[in-house]
Design a protein around this ligand. Structure first.
Ligand SMILES: Cc1cc2nc3c(=O)[nH]c(=O)nc-3n(C[C@H](O)[C@H](O)[C@H](O)COP(=O)(O)OP(=O)(O)OC[C@H]3O[C@@H](n4cnc5c(N)ncnc54)[C@H](O)[C@@H]3O)c2cc1C
Ligand SMILES: NC(=O)c1ccc[n+]([C@@H]2O[C@H](COP(=O)([O-])OP(=O)(O)OC[C@H]3O[C@@H](n4cnc5c(N)ncnc54)[C@H](OP(=O)(O)O)[C@@H]3O)[C@@H](O)[C@H]2O)c1
Length: 280
């Protein structure tokens, strides 16, 4: 889905949620915990929208915007995948990257604990495990904040059924090791749960000399024997489902590669074994 729902004829009066915690991973990457005023239900992997009015302040070092007095009261709304587990009652969590030239994120990054904003009252999307048979192996591939839906899936399973019973691998690509949000949590889960593996990969090791893990863009390294060994199962369309999320060029690149090997996105009505969520 695209960001078609960009602005709406609503205003600050529609603010219906409160920031209850923020964890800054880097100055450009933050985890927001938001408590909606009303109960909110979702399936792991779904997204909802967040919004602030044009009048909300922007970070001073973000790109400047032309002031438009006619739009000040209107909401800027964008889609965000939920990263919390679906059993979480206290808050709904989001993992968000700052886009300096963007409309909403330079405003979201000004928010402090206690500040109000708009949060969609429903969750949307079919990028979930709901229609994946329980015996299928799962390879969950994401770049940047494209990790968010997998956090929700992993946490939902870990909080509910305990360790995932089937092989489940999260392959997370980021520029630098410091962009690997949730790394400690995923590493602990990897140590505690036999069936779960967390494989972080960075693409700019020349600027991150202490990194000694996997490197390279995900579409180029998927076939490396070193990575195949760490995934622990073969990419067989009969036994495995692959999820792709985040940078649209990564999603397209890896999807093309896998479609050449028999993976199939299917249709909305009859999903195949290749699931995709493009962030822009
Ligand atoms: C289903 C869905 C789920 C999403 N979930 C998340 C999420 O969990 N976390 C998150 O940070 N974003 C997520 N996004 C992206 C988010 O909706 C916004 O597009 C993003 O936050 C930028 O909003 P903005 O108003 O600041 O920039 P805009 O004014 O909308 O756009 C600026 C431009 O920046 C580019 N852009 C947008 N997002 C990114 C990005 N992440 N990295 C690099 N360039 C980008 C696009 O070219 C866009 O046209 C999701 C998008 C979709 C469709
Ligand atoms: N992360 C930062 O330190 C930083 C700094 C300044 C600005 N920003 C801005 O912040 C926004 C989000 O940055 P981000 O780093 O989270 O997201 P991103 O630019 O989507 O990069 C995330 C990961 O995806 C990889 N990638 C990009 N295009 C790909 C493709 N076609 N195929 C496969 N992999 C691909 C990147 O590799 P590559 O490294 O090879 O691109 C990187 O490892 C961007 O607008 C960016 O300009 C980020």
């Amino acid at each position: 889905m695209g960001n078609t729902d960009k602005t709406a004829a609503a205003s600050k009066d529609s603010y219906n949620a409160t920031v209850i915690q923020r964890v800054n991973i880097t100055p450009r990457l933050s985890i927001f915990r938001i408590r909606p005023d009303e109960d909110f239900k979702f399936s792991a992997g779904q997204f909802t929208v967040l919004g602030l009015t044009h009048a909300a302040p922007r970070l001073p070092d973000a790109d400047a915007e032309e002031p438009d007095p006619t739009r000040q009261a209107r909401l800027i709304r964008r889609a965000y995948s939920i990263s919390s587990g679906s059993q979480e009652q206290e808050f709904v969590e989001f993992f968000i990257s700052l886009i300096g030239s963007g409309q909403l994120t330079p405003r979201l990054f000004c928010l402090k604990v206690g500040d109000r904003l708009f949060m969609g009252t429903k969750a949307t999307g079919v990028f979930t495990l709901d229609r994946v048979a329980s015996d299928k192996q799962l390879l969950l591939i994401g770049t940047g904040t494209g990790l968010a839906p997998y956090m929700s899936m992993v946490r939902t399973l870990a909080l509910g059924e305990g360790c995932p019973v089937r092989p489940m691998v999260v392959l997370h690509g980021a520029r630098y090791s410091w962009d690997l949000g949730y790394r400690a949590e995923l590493e602990s889960l990897g140590r505690a749960c036999g069936g779960f593996r967390y494989l972080p990969v960075i693409t700019r090791p020349q600027d991150d000399p202490s990194w000694n893990g996997l490197t390279g863009r995900l579409d180029r390294i998927l076939d490396l024997p070193e990575l195949s060994k760490q995934i622990g199962f073969s990419l067989n369309p009969q036994s495995c489902h692959v999820f792709l999320c985040g940078n649209p060029e990564m999603v397209e690149g890896v999807a093309t590669l896998l479609q050449g090997r028999g993976f199939d996105p299917g249709s909305r009505k009859e999903p195949g074994n290749l699931h995709m969520e493009k962030y822009w």
